[in-house]
Design a protein around this ligand. Structure first.
Ligand code: F6R
Length: 357
């Protein structure tokens, strides 16, 4: 039930800190240590390469997950769109593990890949919000998201739950491989939950920004580098699906290779600048688009902030910034849709669970 909330989407955005805390609880043992199913641990440890397969928002979570698994656990990862993978399978490694990410566990495009992968005799793990779902039953292993039912068509809390569970999977894999880490993942996730709460408490500010940048525009660009690029793609998808504003996420450095031609006076550009190792270069891109008339809204962190940034995120572990940087993007999409009189929870042409290929 949505209770006092006008829309499920807003309720589900607000639930994210609780979902993260629930995930911490579900994935810890009696001593507060991270615990994962032994069979899953072995399956990931034995794999020489992980193939993440998903669609839409879940695909975007997979892109962030690749950073975790490669950066924290040193496992090579490829991330694929399910509908492409079926017809265009890459040359597989010797011992692949397939990881399906799906909120519903019913997405036909992903299932088609799972059926093919099983036919080839490979192992599969499904990360899903619905434990008894088709993708969960047909895979060898399942990791649950524990996000509670997601009703709004635009996925929000499932995305952050997927990223949190992927972080847990990466840390457990690192430990299984004897890699020592200088952070406690569950503690870092608890810090994330508090940071998310601080952001969902800033709705007035974010609503104002949505009105200013998005109430009349026909298009909007999201730019970022490194993991911010992936979060920008998710921000663009959220905006597209519920406000019908044409939106795209771009890698900051790629703009000059074509897309910058689209920037004109008043084009809104949402720039994510949360990663200190690329802060200088994304700031360069901000200047380039601003010089061509773009209205730039910069989202940064306490560490990367500069004067004039519109949203400054509370500090969290650098790996985990997508969990907090996506929250203002979800809220911007929500308020943009609201101001444009769109049906937030049930956007046109879309279904919650896509069961056709
Ligand atoms: C976006 C959205 C879709 C889904 C996609 C995959 O907000 O909801 O892009 O993410 O259809 O769905 P699942 O995760 O259920 O496989």
């Amino acid at each position: 039930e949505k209770g006092t909330y006008p829309h499920y989407m807003l309720k589900e955005i607000d639930e994210q800190p609780f979902v993260i805390r629930n995930i911490i609880k579900q994935y810890q043992d009696a001593n507060g240590q991270l615990k994962l199913d032994q069979n899953i641990r072995s399956a990931v440890k034995e794999a020489d390469r992980i193939y993440i397969v998903a669609c839409g928002t879940s695909y975007h979570a997979g892109l962030v997950g690749k950073q975790f698994l490669e950066g924290i656990a040193s496992v090579p990862v490829e991330v694929h769109i399910a509908s492409e993978f079926v017809y265009n399978m890459p040359l597989l490694s010797q011992k692949p593990l397939f990881v399906f990410i799906s909120q519903s566990g019913e997405t036909a495009d992903s299932r088609a890949v799972l059926v093919e992968v099983k036919r080839l005799g490979h192992k599969a793990l499904t990360i899903t919000n619905v434990p008894g779902s088709t993708l969960s039953r047909e895979a060898d292993h399942t990791l649950n998201l524990y996000a509670g039912p997601e009703i709004a068509v635009a996925s929000t809390k499932a995305y952050t739950a997927q990223i949190a569970v992927l972080a847990i999977l990466a840390v457990d894999t690192a430990r299984a491989k004897g890699i020592t880490l200088d952070f406690d993942p569950l503690q870092e996730l608890a810090i994330v939950a508090n940071a998310m709460e601080a952001l969902t408490d800033q709705k007035e500010n974010i609503e104002r920004i949505a009105r200013e940048y998005l109430s009349v525009t026909r298009n909007c660009f999201f730019i970022g580098r490194a993991v911010d690029f992936y979060v920008g793609m998710e921000g663009a998808l959220k905006l597209k699906e519920i406000s019908y504003i044409q939106a795209e996420g771009f890698a900051g450095g790629e703009l000059k290779h074509g897309t910058i031609a689209l920037i004109e006076d008043g084009t809104p550009v949402i720039a994510l600048a949360t990663q200190s190792h690329v802060n200088l270069s994304i700031r360069g891109n901000v200047k380039e688009v601003a010089a061509r008339g773009a209205d730039v809204c910069v989202i940064s962190t306490e560490v990367t902030k500069e004067e004039g940034d519109r949203i400054v995120l509370p500090e969290v572990h650098e790996y985990l910034t997508p969990l907090v940087s996506v929250v203002p993007l979800q809220l911007l999409a929500y308020y943009a849709a609201l101001h444009r009189d769109c049906d937030v929870d049930k956007p046109r042409n879309l279904a919650k669970s896509v069961t056709v290929e």
